[in-house]
Design a protein. Structure first.
Length: 375
């Protein structure tokens, strides 16, 4: 039977979604327009421009895919790879491993470069595998591995890809808006992100951007991608430049309003200022965690400010603590994922969740609940 759903608000300080500011929720609730309404088409153009700003690119093909980050991942792989193509995928956590699964489903030949969990992608190893497999056409990796809290050197990896005649394919789901990311300057060819991490928008959209070289590769495909919905040549006819827009799918109109608002907030703050805010927030959190004797898993130089992976306190029931944080303090932090399950916490400082007051609330709540459990 129906009863009205009224969620108790939570402070979201896990691996995403992050807390959504009221401005964005209010934008979401404005009147729905037809998806080919001239007002909406104008909004689409503004969203493209704001996304170009956030990605630091002039790429014409810069749009939100109408589905979550996972669909952005599939869009990049589906469109850049054909059966039998060779792709190098660097794996240092859950999301790199997921890339392998996606590429294998396409029938691509995967050269997998593993780095231990909690460490950055090994650039020297990527180089030697590229030298061993000169037919490789795409190099893919995760810029900000949310499962471990590790940053990889996107600039160097993309440069390496280019030196070996490969396109670079970058997962920026957690990095966009949180840490330095320069699509044009770093020569990134294909990139995808998500609305619900450092952009603090509602979940369900995946901003993507493709360089001219990537678009050229897509236009020269011998076969069509095995997905009509994610086929960029068709998506481009809907989101594309000056031509008449053709119906491809119904855009999630209100979610686009929300994305427009969150990108507008990022532009108002300034992209560099947002990067700095995340770094400062991380330092504030790290100081408090040290006082609580909670140790980081990742070496300082690789740490993501927006995703802080720490060892859960030994001898205590970490799941019970997280449960109590939720019930007593309306605070969500992330559990360990994959190899880190059961003994790590992931504290997210993404977007709107990365403010001094949230950080202090989080630290106070941790102190309270840990002391209850230690008693
Ligand atoms: C969250 C995340 C994804 C998946 O995004 P969804 O919106 O959950 O589909 C992919 N890669 C990374 C690095 C992520 O953090």
């Amino acid at each position: 039977m129906y009863s009205r759903f009224e969620p108790v608000p939570r402070l979201l300080m896990g691996p995403g979604p992050s807390s959504v500011p009221n401005r964005v929720l209010e934008a979401l609730s404005r009147p729905t327009l037809g998806h080919l309404d001239p007002q909406f088409i104008q909004l689409m153009d503004e969203v493209k421009a704001l996304l170009q700003n956030a990605f630091k690119t002039t790429n014409e093909l810069t749009i939100p895919i109408s589905a979550p980050g996972s669909a952005g991942m599939e869009t990049c792989f589906m469109n850049l790879l054909e059966r039998g193509d060779e792709v190098l995928i660097a794996v240092n956590g859950v999301f790199g491993a997921r890339m392998v699964e996606v590429a294998e489903r396409i029938g691509a030949v995967v050269h997998r470069v593993d780095s231990p969990w909690g460490t950055t992608v090994d650039v020297a190893e990527v180089k030697s595998v590229l030298e061993a497999h000169p037919a490789t056409s795409v190099v893919a990796f995760v810029h900000a591995e949310t499962s471990t809290g590790v940053r990889s050197d996107a600039q160097t990896l993309c440069q390496l890809a280019r030196e070996h005649g490969c396109l670079s394919l970058v997962d920026a789901v957690t990095s966009l808006g949180g840490i330095e990311l320069r699509v044009d300057e770093w020569g990134i060819d294909a990139i995808y992100s998500g609305s619900q991490k450092c952009l603090s928008c509602v979940p369900g959209l995946s901003p993507v951007s493709f360089s001219d070289r990537a678009v050229e590769r897509i236009r020269q495909r011998k076969t069509r991608p095995n997905s009509r919905f994610l086929d960029l040549t068709l998506v481009m006819d809907y989101w594309g430049g000056s031509k008449k827009r053709a119906y491809h799918h119904t855009a999630p109109v209100n979610a686009i309003y929300a994305l427009h608002e969150s990108l507008g907030m990022l532009a108002e703050e300034g992209l560099e200022q947002a990067w700095t805010r995340h770094q400062r927030g991380h330092e504030r959190l790290a100081a408090g965690l040290a006082d609580l004797s909670l140790d980081f898993i990742v070496k300082e130089e690789w740490r993501l400010p927006q995703l802080n992976a720490v060892h859960a306190p030994g001898g205590l029931d970490e799941a019970a603590i997280r449960q109590e944080l939720l019930e007593r303090h309306a605070l969500e932090i992330g559990a360990g994922l994959g190899q880190f399950a059961g003994h790590a916490w992931r504290i997210g400082l993404m977007g709107h969740s990365c403010r001094d007051e949230s950080i202090d609330t989080c630290l106070n709540a941790l102190e309270d609940v840990i002391s209850r459990h230690s008693g």
